[in-house]
Ligand binder design. Structure first.
Ligand code: HEM
Length: 445
């Protein structure tokens, strides 16, 4: 694939990919990152036909400057989310990702904003670390475990008990993590797929469980569920749709990140070695408990997490529909009603800081000052602007806590000879990544 960038400054670099074969178009639903990169073929924009038999043409956008200007204030520029009907119904119409009310969207973002604050992170970090230590001890005791499935439960626990502060017992965490995976498998291209119907059944149970949680007098004041209930009332769909929204946004995405990191560290002992050295130094300086200062000192670990995000492309593209014509200088005109896709994956491969080593795991590229501006511009795994991620610090914290615990306490081996399947909010090893952890002291004997 050649990287062709227009040299004619006034003319947008648009590729006509309308003649893609049906099997490539079908990748839109099953393998969004591969689809976007294939369709763009190194260009900044590409026109493609719909995946199904009918529907309008779609523009794929991978030009960083255009994405920044379009995503910064979407309500004003005239763009709304265009998630497929299957996901739309699984989430519910009042969810932050679906609502057509700018006012409600902005209010919800304010109510969720504590997830990004230092004081919330300072509260959560030791608890996330405690959960990670407990789960990893269990994995080590079991022998070889499917890392992906196990991490889904760990992440579900963090989302429910730390991000939402719901204090659900272990039995509920295990039960509802399995149920949420059924919900998640409902992300099929069509509502005719039986997995979608099962996902919708799972949704009913989740709604009932969340409704009982927000009516419980023991609900922690100031927690996100309590804040939503106080704003909208316990029976409101806005509350349940948006608690499901947190799970949708954080579940597969954060799991994919953590598992991708484990996979890369299993394949790159040199990187694991550097990580161990860093974690030992951080523990010596800040003590054993994970806090904001310790996290801030994990330079190499954070670089490894950024590299895992870049390789995994957990949210490869986000779908949008123009509500009015959008005309900006660097982009082809988008008529009102036209769907377009903000392709974080397509933008990522255009980055000069990754050229020639796009598929290599190289955390050091993040530590090279010469790459800083380029990486910042092209690598935006958590989106940009109006709908940008509200949970990115939590996702990175889980990955950092796992890396820390691994580095300080375990030897790992994993079956890394597997393909990765991508889908709307994650990327998953086909073999679930069989993983064995051995306590360091025992493996040294
Ligand atoms: C590796 C993990 C994650 C990745 C890659 C990721 C990525 C993203 C991206 C790209 C968006 C923008 C979607 C769009 O523009 O339509 C987004 C939105 C969002 N994320 Fe994350 N996310 C992750 C984890 C999390 C977690 C752990 C939470 C919650 C605890 C979370 C909560 C949200 C919410 C609530 C939104 C919607 C914001 C809105 O519509 O205004 N995310 N995320």
């Amino acid at each position: 694939m050649g990287l062709t960038v227009s040299t004619n400054m006034g003319v947008p670099d648009v590729h006509d990919a309308r003649d893609l074969p049906r099997e490539v178009l079908a990748l839109q639903a099953t393998s969004p990152a591969t689809f976007a990169v294939t369709a763009l073929d190194g260009h900044r924009f590409a026109w493609v036909k719909p995946a199904g038999p009918a529907g309008p043409e779609q523009l794929i956008v991978a030009d960083p400057a255009t994405l920044q200007s379009w995503m910064k204030d979407e309500w004003k520029i005239g763009s709304v989310t265009g998630w497929p009907d299957t996901i739309g119904q699984l989430l519910g119409p009042e969810a932050m990702a679906n609502t057509r009310s700018a006012e409600q969207h902005q209010r919800l973002r304010q109510l969720f904003s504590p997830m990004l604050r230092d004081d919330s992170m300072a509260r959560m970090l030791p608890k996330i670390q405690g959960s990670v230590q407990r789960y990893m001890r269990e994995w080590a005791a079991k022998g070889t475990v499917p890392a992906y499935t196990e991490t889904l439960t760990l992440v579900f626990d963090v989302l429910v008990n730390q991000a939402m502060q719901l204090d659900w017992p272990d039995a509920d965490i295990k039960k509802y993590a399995v149920l949420f995976e059924v919900w998640n498998q409902g992300f099929t291209p069509s509502t005719a797929d039986p997995r979608w119907a099962k996902g919708m059944e799972a949704r009913k149970e989740l709604v009932a469980r969340f409704r009982s949680a927000v009516s419980d007098p023991r609900l922690l004041p100031g927690s996100i569920p309590a804040t939503l209930r106080d704003e909208y009332c316990a029976e409101s769909d806005v509350v349940t749709d948006n608690l499901i929204m947190v799970l949708f946004a954080g579940f597969e995405t954060s799991t994919s990140l953590t598992v991708r990191l484990l996979y890369e560290l299993a394949k790159h002992p040199d990187a694991l070695q550097k990580l161990r050295a860093e974690q030992q130094a951080v523990a010596a300086k800040y003590g054993p408990t994970l806090g904001l200062k310790a996290l801030g000192a994990m330079t190499y670990t954070e670089a490894a997490i950024s590299e895992a995000l870049r390789l995994g492309q957990m949210v490869a593209n986000v779908p949008r529909v123009a509500t009015k014509a959008i005309e900006t200088p660097r982009a082809p005109p988008v008529p009102a009603g036209c769907p377009f896709s903000a392709s974080w994956a397509g933008q990522s491969v255009l980055d000069p800081a990754v050229q020639g080593s796009t598929t290599a795991f190289n955390p050091d590229r993040w530590l090279d000052k010469r790459n800083k501006a380029s990486l910042k511009l092209h690598q935006t795994p958590f989106g940009y602007g109006t709908h940008s991620c509200l949970g990115w610090r939590i996702a990175r914290a889980v990955a950092a806590a796992v890396a820390q615990e691994l580095a300080l306490a375990y030897e790992l081996s994993a079956e890394t000879d597997a393909a990765w399947d991508d889908f709307p909010t994650g990327s998953r090893p086909a073999n679930e990544l069989p993983l064995s952890l051995k306590p360091l002291a025992a493996s040294a004997q």
